[in-house]
Design a protein around this ligand. Structure first.
Ligand code: CP3
Length: 334
């Protein structure tokens, strides 16, 4: 059994397994080389030979315990025929979501639109580098996808007041996103993903009174669905104000904490396996400081099932040597 699966089943491993959010990405020169020749990000995600190669790049360099497929949470709106583009130094820009059109898209059409992603998962999961390791499939949580489909770009600090004005349409879009997110999860598992992570990157935008409707109920539906597929599911409700209630209600197999969470406190509050926490900015400091911070998390979670990771994705300006240093500290931890 892979070290991550063991940790999720509460089995003791000699040291915590490790993978890193956005481990395949712009901080790696070998990624930037491919990206330079492929200006269209979506097309790159749909090129199975390149996307599987990019997925494996960090595993060739570092002793990581999992590969996360090189794709994006916005591939779902894309496959529902919403226009999705990525602008340099800005991020995603989406077109209008046409509910009447998107709701007519068949499961088969959706599968065909994303077929190269599933083929890439299949290629990666069979690679020698992934023996006894995990191939992670992922989705955005319904709330975070709703934010992108309606806001059409990353929100700044808050979402526009008009966001919720068409309550009926929002409900319909949310249900459609849930339906296709389940299909995308199933397709990834059938292709070879043996772990699913659900990213709720914009959970922090909501007030607690909105959690039931937009976070708890939709995510619970997905988590229960993943459980029927017999693969573990890790949830990352970034910035949520109450991780404890989230875990009790949504019941993921493990939870990823963000870097604002106090690791001492959360360990006392949460019984399920924990992943992540380290501030990605620590990788921009020096080795002594990084070591101190990494050891802090390792010490705090030494008697709790723990998967090492960051509290958000690795930053593009990170030096890969610092990532190597981090991975080695975790691997050498006694
Ligand atoms: O290595 C990995 O983690 C796998 C690949 C992955 C990407 N996006 C590739 C990517 C994963 C897991 C994601 C998830 C994702 N995408 C999230 C959830 C996690 C989070 O960061 O909160 C979100 C909100 C998105 C949407 C998205 N995609 C944004 C906001 C951006 C632009 C900002 C940025 O971080 O670059 C992207 C583009 C994107 N997705 C890139 C990569 C490698 C950069 C593309 C480039 O090379 O310009």
């Amino acid at each position: 059994m892979s070290p991550i699966h063991q940790t999720i089943l509460n089995k003791k491993t000699s040291n915590p397994p490790i993978w890193i959010m956005r481990q395949a990405g712009r901080y790696l020169p070998e990624f930037r080389n491919i990206r330079k020749e492929n200006p269209d990000f979506i097309k790159l995600c749909l090129n199975e030979s390149l996307s599987s190669e990019i997925t494996l790049q960090p595993l060739k360099r570092f002793k990581l315990d999992a590969a996360i497929i090189f794709s994006d949470i916005l591939m779902i709106p894309y496959a529902l025929d919403q226009k999705v583009e990525f602008k340099k130094n800005f991020g995603p820009i989406l077109g209008d979501f046409d509910f009447n059109h998107s709701s007519q898209i068949s499961e088969e059409k959706f599968f065909n639109n994303l077929k190269p992603v599933y083929n890439a998962i299949n290629l990666v999961s069979k690679n020698e580098l992934l023996k006894e390791k995990n191939t992670i499939g992922f989705v955005g949580a319904p709330w975070t996808l709703l934010v992108y489909t309606i806001n059409k770009q990353s929100p700044k600090k808050n979402i526009n007041k008009d966001f919720f004005k068409n309550d009926l349409l929002i409900k319909d879009i949310l249900n459609l996103l849930i339906k296709f997110t389940k299909i995308h999860i199933k397709n990834q598992v059938e292709a070879g993903a043996n772990l699913i992570q659900i990213f709720d990157s914009w959970a922090g935008l909501l007030e607690k009174s909105d959690y039931d409707k937009y976070i708890y109920n939709p995510t619970l539906e997905l988590v229960n669905y993943v459980k029927t597929l017999k693969v573990p599911v890790i949830c990352f409700p970034r910035g949520i104000k109450d991780y404890k209630s989230y875990c009790e209600i949504v019941k993921p197999d493990a939870v990823n904490i963000d870097y604002d969470v106090d690791p001492h406190e959360i360990k006392k509050l949460i019984k399920i396996p924990i992943q992540g926490g380290l501030d990605p900015k620590m990788l921009l400091t020096d080795k002594d400081n990084l070591k101190k911070e990494v050891n802090k998390y390792l010490e705090i979670f030494k008697d709790h099932p723990y998967i090492f990771n960051l509290g958000h994705g690795v930053l593009p300006e990170t030096n890969p040597d610092m990532v190597e240093y981090l991975v080695n500290i975790v691997k050498d931890y006694k």
